[in-house]
Design a protein around this ligand. Structure first.
Ligand code: CA
Length: 228
């Protein structure tokens, strides 16, 4: 299936070169020239990936990213940040971006990141329906609520983000470092024990027998795997 990519960038020359390159790589490409148009397209058309420049007229890439996440969309977002703005990278990841590339970038590097993000992207059904079921658990990703036989499970915001990440990457072995970075936005040298604590807590709430989990499995020496 041909992946659908949205590219939000105000510099016309860059829109054209990157757009052409993406099309040559076989992607279907939509472009938007400012933040408002980018947000509008992102919420109206189902995309597999959004490439989002930080410096945009009207509405910055950060604001667009935050609004996209607040609208409940889980489409992977690759941010284009200015060189040397380390804080940009951190803020971007904190508000829900999945990766970033620093400008000026090398086209091959950009394509490699695009490909990597698409490879680990959630399958579209989840993104489109915004819900996911496993066992007797129903997860509403848009309404950020999980229920068990119709009863609302009291998940903390972080537990929900962790569960969402598990759902989006179901079947994959996820290291504690990756979970920390993606769910908490921390660098890998922070306490990975934090992940264990939250996984244990999620199991308490989601698993019939938390000591013998059926869904959130431990992969010895590697991390965790969600198997719905
Ligand atoms: Ca720009």
């Amino acid at each position: 299936m041909r992946a659908n990519v949205l590219f939000v960038e105000d510099e016309e020359a860059l829109r054209m070169t990157v757009g052409d390159r993406l099309r040559n790589e076989g992607y279907a490409v939509e472009c938007a020239a400012d933040g408002d148009a980018g947000f509008e397209k992102a919420t109206q058309i189902p995309f597999d990936l959004i490439i989002l420049d930080v410096m945009l007229p009207h509405k910055s890439g950060f604001d667009v990213c935050r609004d996209i996440r607040q609208a409940g969309l889980i489409t992977p977002i690759l941010m284009l940040t200015a060189r040397g703005q380390t804080s940009d990278k951190v803020s971007g990841l904190k508000i829900g971006a999945d990766d970033y590339v620093t400008k000026p970038f090398n086209m091959l590097e950009l394509m490699a990141r695009v490909e990597a993000l698409l490879r680990r992207a959630p399958s579209r059904p989840v993104a489109q329906t915004g819900t996911f079921d496993f066992g007797s658990i129903h997860v509403d990703l848009v309404g950020t609520e999980a229920t068990h036989d119709g009863e609302v499970l009291n998940l903390s915001a972080r537990e929900f983000q962790l569960l969402r990440y598990f759902i989006e990457h179901r079947g994959a072995t996820l290291s504690r470092e990756e979970l920390l970075k993606q769910v908490w936005g921390y660098s890998a040298d922070m306490y990975t024990r934090t992940v264990d604590v939250h996984v244990a807590s999620l199991r308490q709430k989601l698993e019939e027998d938390p000591k013998q989990p059926k869904f959130i499995l431990t992969v010895q020496g590697l991390g965790y795997k969600f198997k719905p």
